[in-house]
Every structure is written in C-alpha cells, then in structure tokens.
Design a protein around this ligand. Structure first.
Ligand code: ATP
Ligand code: ZN
Length: 709
C-alpha cells in the first residue's frame, strides 16, 4: 500500500489571490504540518517564506510535479483566531491573504538564513529587558478615582454574565477627564487572571512612550510588548513573539499591533478611536479600529473605544444603543474646560498698526489680540502652545514679476521653503510628497527677476517671528523636522513637561493626547483652508483636532485659577465647527454633522469604496476607470442600490511622476458593495499581472472604507 501524500497550500507576500501547493516530507521536516506554520519553499526561481493555510492529501496539480517544502520556520503556528482575522481582513479589504498576513510579521522571522540564530537573539533581548526602571508615574488607584470615574469603571467591569461576550463600549470623556485612569483600572481587573492578555491601541508612535510609562506604573510585574514602527526590527520581533507565545500580558502599539497573534486575548482598548492614523494607507488598507472591533466580536471579548471626540460612526452606534455608552463629563483634576476665543482676522481691531508694541516688520504673522494674550500668559508663568499645521518656513516661493510659483516638477504640489537647519544645513525648497530637494533659486527660473517672495507661513516662520516678539522666552519648535534633527521627539516633549520651555510652536504632533500640566494658552493659526475642503470629513477632523489641542490647556487646577484659553485665528468665526467648539458641545457638533451626512447620503449612511488607478498620464488612468465603469454597467451591475460615480483625478493628481485617478463606488448595502468589489477584483486580476494591467500598464488598487476622497 502506498502512503497518501501530504499536500500543503502556502501563501506568500505577493498580490496573487491563490495559494501554492507543495509536498510535505515528514522525514525531511521532522514534523507534521500544521495550519499557520511558517515555511520556506521554492517560489519561481528563488526561495520564499510563506504560511501554510491548508493541509490535505490531494492537489489540483499533478502530485509528482509538486515541489517540496524546504524548511520550517522557528515559530509555533499562528493561532486559528488570528488566521480568521487575516481571512476576514483579506476578504473585506480585497487584498490577497499572503500579502495581508506576511507584512504583519516582523522581518526578523522572515529571514531563513537567520533562523538558526533566533534563539540566541531572544536570549540576548531577555538580558537587556531586565534593566528598565519602573516609576510610579501617573498611577491612580481604584480608590483614587472620582465618583464619575468610579461609576464608569463599575459599568465596564464584567460580571459572570457578560465576561465572555462581545461588548463594544464607547467611553466618551472630555479632554483631561481621566479616561486613561479608568481603562487602566479596568484592564487591571481583566489582568488579574495571570493567563489573560490585553491589547491597547494608540494612534501615534509619539503617544506610546507616555502611555507605556503609565501602563508600567499600573502593572510593574507584567511583561509588556510594545509594537510600532519606531521600535527596532529585532526588538519588535521579540515583542511580537512574546505576544504570540502568551508571555506578554499587555500588548501596546499603533495600528500594526491590531494584527498581532494574541492567543489569550481578553480585552481591547482603542484609545483616541476617532484618529485617522488608525487607517493604513498602503498595502492592505485596513482600519485598525474596525479590525479590532471585528476581532473582539469574533473572540467574544469586550472592546473599549475611548475618545473626547468620537468618530461619527462610533458615536452613532452608541447613541442608537448598538454600543454601550459610558461618559465622563468632568475634568479629573477639577479644572474646567478652557475658554474658547475666536479672533476674526478680517476685523481691523485685532490687527497691529504701525508703531504698536510687538509689531514686527513681517506684518500679521499673528494678530495683535493674540500677541497681547500670549504676553499676559507669559507674565503669569504659564506655557503657550502654538499650533500651525505646516512645517517649514513658507509653503511656497513666488516671483513678484511673472507669478512663477515653486511647483514640484513631479507632484501637484508646491515645494516648501525650509530655512537652514530644518531638513538641511542650507536653506532649501522641498516637496513634502516626493521628497525632492532643490536649492533656492536666487532669480526667478522663468523671467530672471531677482525679487522672489515667500508666501504663507509654516512652523519655522512662526518660530522666527515669536523669537523677535519675545526675545527672552524659551521657544521650542516641534515638527517632523525638529524631531529628526535633535534627540528625537520624546526629548522635545520632555522639555515641555519639565517646564524648560515657554512657547511651543508645532504641528499636529503637539496637539494630541499629551498630559501637559502647565499650558495656559493654546493658539491655532491658519485653519481656514481646512474649513471648506473637498473632503467631506475635513470639518469633523478639524473639530476633533481643535477639541484635542484645546484640551492640552489648563489640565491641572493647582492654583484655583481659570483653566486656560484657546485662541483661534479665522476669517470665518461663524462656521459651525467654531460655534460648537465655543460651547464645548461635542454632541451638538456630531448631531449637526450626522444630519448633514444623512441629507447628502454620505457615510456612515452609506458605504464607500475606491478603485485607484495610477499611470504615466492622467488620460490613461481615467480611460481605464471609464472602461471599468462601462463594463460594470453592461454587466447589469449598476443595480439601484449601487452608485458608481464617474472617474475623477485625485486631489493630489500627480505624485512622484505618476498621475492618479479614482472611481468612487457607493452603496447603502454593505453586501452589495462587497459583492461588486469582489467582481471588480476578479475581472481586473484576469487582465493583470499582480495589480498592473497587462494592456495599458495601469497600476490599480481597490480600497474599502476610504477616509479621504
Ligand atoms: N481621580 C483622579 N484624581 C486626580 N487626578 C486624576 C484622576 N484621574 C486622572 N487624573 C489625572 O488627570 C490627568 C488627566 O487624566 P487622563 O490623562 O487619564 O485623561 P484623559 O481623559 O485620558 O485625557 P485626554 O483625552 O485629554 O488625553 C492626568 O494627569 C491624570 O493623572
Ligand atoms: Zn514632489
């Protein structure tokens, strides 16, 4: 009797929808195959690292022509719950299974040449970890929680009935209301089971060190895995392995951590759940928050979504009772919310006149009203935070004679002027989209005129102006440029916390999550561009950001003083965003936004997807999408529940030399949308190599639930 062959199906990190069959030789490999096992196998002319997704005794191909699995990876198999999540992500986001799973595994595990060295690496990493200190930073015990927090905790903590059930809970709390203290106490309860593991997601790398320290203060004896792109490859490899092997009880990270294998997962927290950084913008374009919710549902565990400004989707789910709803309406340290001041920049009373105290030669960099407010705040020994969402000195250089503008030759964007010391030792023009850097021309490249003018303002220019206005003040600029050139962004934040800085000028990096204790004034400059943007989510985002940044002011109430101010310079103080902000009325703003979306039939009242097309020329990309739309129409797919818009150029039409268009597909019915996307994917794949069409060389991609249209 001949033995039946063992055939395994393996997926690799490539856009091919199908898997590959291999023979499994038990003698050679020394083990039985398991689903989720990492293997090395011949792929084309080279070797590839893949994951076994199926084990059987037959193949659709000729068995004796199948190649053999070469080697086993030094990892236990990925657990079945994780594989279910990967399968879901791959289907929902229309991305091949292999290119969904493999990028989520740290590189350290995907280099077969190094597989033998792995045990040594793990050992070395263990020796290092022991040395970290564990301060009691920000520990608030159950007993120290205020009444409102205690009530929230009580509502969160599971009972015998719902402990092993899916629960989605929105914790909506004012900035500084002590949400973190509530959810860490909740997790302490979950983690009293020494087997249990919990996952905490944060939107930004910058916020992890602070939360990391706070988590450590709560759980000094537990192993924590920190996973984000700022952690070195080897460290991340070890942390990921600790999560997978159940050793780490706390897994803390940014969106990529949502795909970590966590066999004993018992609870998930998504902090600042509204944050757009949870959406992955390349590869499998998943939303880490949405995947986390799916995962909680699949594993029958609770998930807590925390925010001061919940996303409309989450807020509506809580309003309708689909999610549990817990609120914190007071600030934890007794302070009230900062006062909102709108400065109408069209009103001359706010502007400097020549000869005014504080007037600089650069007119109107900031208004006179703001100048006075900052002066008062400095005199009161409080710190100021100035938010301007643009790094560099000036967003564009122009010629006063012929109107030449510093356009990037590869992108639909202007090259930004950076003064010396920002991204280079010299002053340069730089494109923030493709990275092109050029010398600053001394004469206009078009007409030769020597009188070139800088238009607009960025962080560097504000920093300059502030230095002139308050020569005695310590000023710190925080943006991606300054965080790269100094000791890293953590050191910059530490300077602020230590009180060594009087005025901070920064981009949105400074706006979020940080628990500063001595900010008396927050100023927001140049927001108007974001009020009337083509993106229907722009107002929602701006509102969330303003609430967040306002929330950095007046957090502690040690001196019994009023709790800080936020000043916003705008030409449109009457805009809804500002009017609701004036009242700190998050629910009012969301109600208003929900109504607008409902009327316009936009998400969350409908579901959207995009087909992206990228080509050498825009015409070709549009043509490709038009043909696709035509075909769908001919096939009778444009049912009454499905809307396929006409293809349009993207807002950023040209990036790094390619031109880009998109097709928006919409339906109020998720299933119909999903079905349609699957059909599109199948059809496009038939005529493509990977995701590049054979005939026209168009690169295409399907994106589900886009967050920018
Ligand atoms: N019960 C409490 N008593 C005293 N201080 C508290 C209490 N709870 C929280 N705090 C402190 O109040 C500050 C704000 O708390 P926390 O950071 O948890 O708020 P948050 O709601 O997460 O804030 P944000 O959304 O603004 O980031 C922290 O410094 C925290 O240590
Ligand atoms: Zn460019």
């Amino acid at each position: 009797m001949t033995m039946k062959p063992i055939v395994v199906a393996v997926v690799f990190d490539n856009p091919l929808a199908q898997s590959f069959d291999y023979l499994w030789n038990i003698e050679k490999l020394g083990a039985l195959p398991e689903i989720g096992q990492m293997v090395e196998a011949p792929l084309g002319r080279a070797m590839g690292v893949g994951i076994v997704i199926k084990v059987s005794d037959h193949s659709d191909y000729e068995i004796n022509k199948l190649k053999q699995i070469e080697r086993l990876g030094p990892l236990p198999p990925l657990d079945t719950a994780l594989l279910r999540l990967m399968n879901f992500a791959s289907q929902y986001y229309i991305h091949a299974l292999g290119e969904t799973i493999l990028p989520s595994i740290p590189k350290m595990w995907k280099k077969p040449d190094d597989w033998e060295k792995i045990p040594k690496k793990l050992e070395a990493a263990r020796r290092k970890v022991a040395a970290t200190s564990r301060a009691k930073e920000g520990f608030i015990s159950k007993e120290q929680l205020n009444a409102e927090q205690k009530k929230a905790l009580l509502a969160l903590v599971g009972n015998e009935d719902n402990e092993r059930q899916f629960r989605a809970i929105l914790l909506q709390g004012q900035t500084g209301s002590g949400k973190t203290a509530v959810f860490l106490n909740w997790l302490a309860d979950v983690l009293s089971d020494p087997q249990a593991q919990v996952l905490i997601l944060v939107p930004e790398i910058n916020l992890t060190p602070q939360l990391e320290r706070r988590v450590m203060a709560y759980f000094p004896d537990k192993v924590m895995s920190v996973l984000h792109s700022g952690v070195s490859e080897n460290k991340r490899g070890v942390a990921w392995f600790d999560a997978m092997s159940g050793k780490a009880q706390i897994i803390l990270g940014t969106r990529l951590a949502a795909l970590t294998p966590i066999p004993n997962l018992r609870a998930i927290v998504v902090d600042e759940e509204h944050d757009p950084s949870y959406k992955q913008q390349e590869g499998t374009r998943y939303s880490a928050r949405d995947l986390a919710i799916w995962r909680a549902h699949d594993q029958a565990i609770p998930i807590l979504l925390a925010s001061a400004t919940p996303s409309l989707e989450t807020w509506m789910a809580a309003q309708s009772g689909r999610y549990e709803y817990i609120r914190l309406d007071q600030r934890a340290q007794g302070a009230s919310l900062p006062k909102v001041n709108l400065i109408n920049t069209r009103d001359p009373q706010h502007q400097f006149s020549p000869g005014d105290v504080g007037a600089t030669k650069e007119k109107n960099v900031i208004s006179k009203t703001l100048f006075k407010a900052i002066t008062r705040n400095l005199a009161a020994k409080k710190q100021c935070l100035i938010l301007i969402n643009r790094r560099g000195y000036a967003p564009v250089l122009s010629c006063t004679a012929c109107n030449w503008l510093s356009r990037c030759t590869h992108c639909t964007a202007y090259m930004v002027l950076h003064k010396a010391g920002a991204i280079s030792k010299r002053s340069v023009l730089s494109c923030h989209h493709c990275g092109l850097v050029k010398n600053i021309p001394t004469h206009c490249p078009e007409c030769g005129n020597a009188d070139l003018k800088m238009l607009g303002q960025g962080t560097q220019k504000i920093e300059d102006a502030i230095e002139q206005m308050w020569p005695e003040a310590n000023i710190l600029r925080v943006d991606t440029d300054s965080s790269r050139s100094s000791k890293g962004v953590e050191a910059l934040f530490q300077e602020i916390h230590n009180g060594n800085v009087d005025i901070v000028v920064g981009t949105q990096m400074i706006a979020k999550g940080h628990d500063y204790q001595n900010i008396g004034l927050v100023a927001v400059l140049d927001v108007d561009g974001r009020l009337y943007s083509a993106d229907f989510r722009a107002a929602e985002r701006l509102f969330a950001q303003l609430v967040q940044v306002a929330g950095r002011a007046g957090r502690s109430n040690t001196d019994g003083q009023a709790s800080g101010d936020i000043y916003i310079e705008t030409q449109y103080p009457e805009a809804a965003v500002f009017q609701y902000l004036l009242q700190h009325d998050v629910d009012g703003f969301l109600t208003h936004t929900a109504q607008e979306r409902g009327e316009a039939k936009l998400p969350p009242y409908t579901y959207q997807a995009l087909v992206h097309a990228e080509a050498r020329s825009l015409d070709k990309a549009i043509e490709f999408l038009s043909a696709l739309k035509g075909r769908l129409k001919d096939q009778g797919l444009m049912a009454k529940d499905l809307k396929i818009h006409d293809p349009v150029p993207k807002t950023m039409m040209r990036v790094a030399g390619s031109e880009r268009a998109q097709l928006v597909i919409e339906s109020a019915n998720r299933k119909i949308l999903q079905k349609t996307l699957e059909i599109i994917d199948q059809q496009l794949r038939q005529e493509s190599t990977g995701r590049i069409s054979k005939a026209s060389r168009i690169r295409w991609l399907i994106e589900r639930d886009p967050i920018a249209i």
